[in-house]
Design a protein around this ligand. Structure first.
Ligand SMILES: [Zn+2]
Length: 428
């Protein structure tokens, strides 16, 4: 049972700070009650506050300025007029994705570019900075420490596979196999492609690998075929195809999870979820990590999605809101948390291969270093596409994935399911 801590908040940013304190409470292990009398902790803009917040932060926020440069002058931390670090306001800024609500020039897929982020500017994208700030905030309050002691929280994992292609194996590997004269393999690929199950759809192979490590994962499916917006290819398969449906059912019966991979295009979450037609927790990740705030969050909320797994930087592994744990994001319109839980994406195969130009071995080293640095206070979300398990030309990527599973096993980290996430990370 978590104790309840009573906060008095003397600020116009009452809703903003209440939400940030709820996330802080979830991190430390307490529930938040906001009161005006008989409080444990006092939040105010003057020196009498146990937590002193900056009036300059409030002025800037109320003026509508959302650029990080208006809040963070020399480091990704905001300071009060008397030069004290304002951890609470800094955490609100980072956690809420406020920088993505500013005007910006999007990339060619209409996404928020990593290059203009506060994470890139200060080189902090691989740091769980909000967790560090929460630790500092906790340490700055002897009153809070007297009521509750913070327990160590080992990192946990969420594993997933986006199914963009099930017919790509033949085309992707044809040239390589001809060159290497591996005609037998080529014939097998051809046979699978046209007659049996195409290689990329042999998802049992992925489940078998994960079974060896006693872990489970989630498969995200595209229910729309062909070209979507901005020339983005959606599925190269028909989700209702018998072959595909057989695999979807197999995933469920083996105890793995199916989720929606929202396509690029005008179709709604409601329509796509209807076509996905799976039971259990409603979970989604957007194809190409397409996001535009607040439109994407509003659409997720309205469709009743329970968990979204989209918010990562395609260009780099790391933390898009500088926090390693799932949250219910802040709704700036209603000034309350969204109902869905955002499980940010941290590690993706294509980031390392295409954006960073690394080979499988280099990628393994990059990932291991990131994981070593984040062995506590995170739920690390990993995406490994199905085609990386069936690549005849570039075989190292299966080993790289197994390296991650090995790291999880050696450190006895837990791999958690969407059901566990929904039960653990809901704000009280
Ligand atoms: Zn995709």
């Amino acid at each position: 049972m978590h104790p309840t801590i009573k906060f008095r908040i003397d600020s116009a940013l009452l809703a903003e700070y209440t939400w940030t304190l709820q996330v802080f409470g979830q991190y430390i292990g307490f529930k938040v009650e906001v009161v005006t009398e008989n409080y444990d902790i006092y939040v105010a803009e003057h020196g009498l506050g146990d937590i002193q917040v900056s009036h300059f932060f409030r002025n800037t926020y109320e003026s509508g300025d959302k650029q990080f440069k208006a809040y963070f002058r020399t480091s990704p931390l905001h300071f009060t007029a008397s030069n004290k670090p304002d951890y609470l306001s800094s955490c609100f800024y980072l956690l809420s994705y406020l920088q993505e609500y500013a005007d910006y020039y999007p990339d060619k897929y209409n996404r928020f570019p990593f290059e203009i982020s506060v994470q890139h500017h200060y080189g902090i994208h691989q740091q769980n900075l909000v967790a560090d700030y929460f630790d500092q905030l906790y340490l700055s309050m002897p009153k809070l420490q007297a009521i509750i002691s913070k327990k160590v929280r080992p990192t946990a994992f969420f594993l997933s596979h986006d199914i963009d292609s099930v017919y790509g194996a033949f085309g992707d590997n044809y040239a390589h196999l001809i060159k290497k004269m591996r005609i037998g393999t080529l014939m097998q690929l051809l046979f699978n492609h046209y007659i049996k199950t195409p290689d990329y759809l042999l998802l049992n192979k992925i489940m078998d690998i994960e079974d060896e490590y006693d872990v489970r994962s989630t498969f995200f499916w595209l229910v729309n075929q062909g070209k979507g917006t901005r020339n983005i290819n959606n599925a190269d398969y028909n989700f209702k195809d018998n072959n595909v449906q057989r695999v979807v059912n197999e995933i469920t019966s083996r105890g793995w999870t199916n989720g929606l991979h929202k396509s690029a295009g005008k179709d709604t979450f409601e329509n796509e979820l209807k076509r996905l037609n799976t039971s259990g927790t409603i979970i989604n990740r957007n194809h190409y990590l397409l996001t535009e705030l607040p439109t994407t969050f509003e659409a997720l909320q309205n469709a009743g999605v329970q968990i979204d797994c989209t918010m990562g930087f395609p260009e780099n592994i790391g933390f898009r809101n500088s926090y390693g744990l799932p949250i219910q994001p802040f709704n700036f319109t209603t000034k309350s948390p969204y109902a869905f839980i955002e499980v940010p994406l941290h590690v993706m195969d294509t980031t390392l291969k295409y954006y960073n130009g690394q080979n499988a071995q280099q990628a393994a080293n990059t990932i291991l270093q990131f994981l070593e640095n984040n062995k506590s206070n995170a739920l690390i979300s990993v995406l490994w596409h199905n085609n990386y398990f069936f690549d005849y030309a570039d075989t190292g990527w299966i080993t790289t994935y197994k390296t991650i599973l090995q790291f999880i096993r050696e450190n006895k980290f837990e791999v958690i399911t969407p059901e566990q996430i929904a039960a653990t990370y809901r704000l009280s």
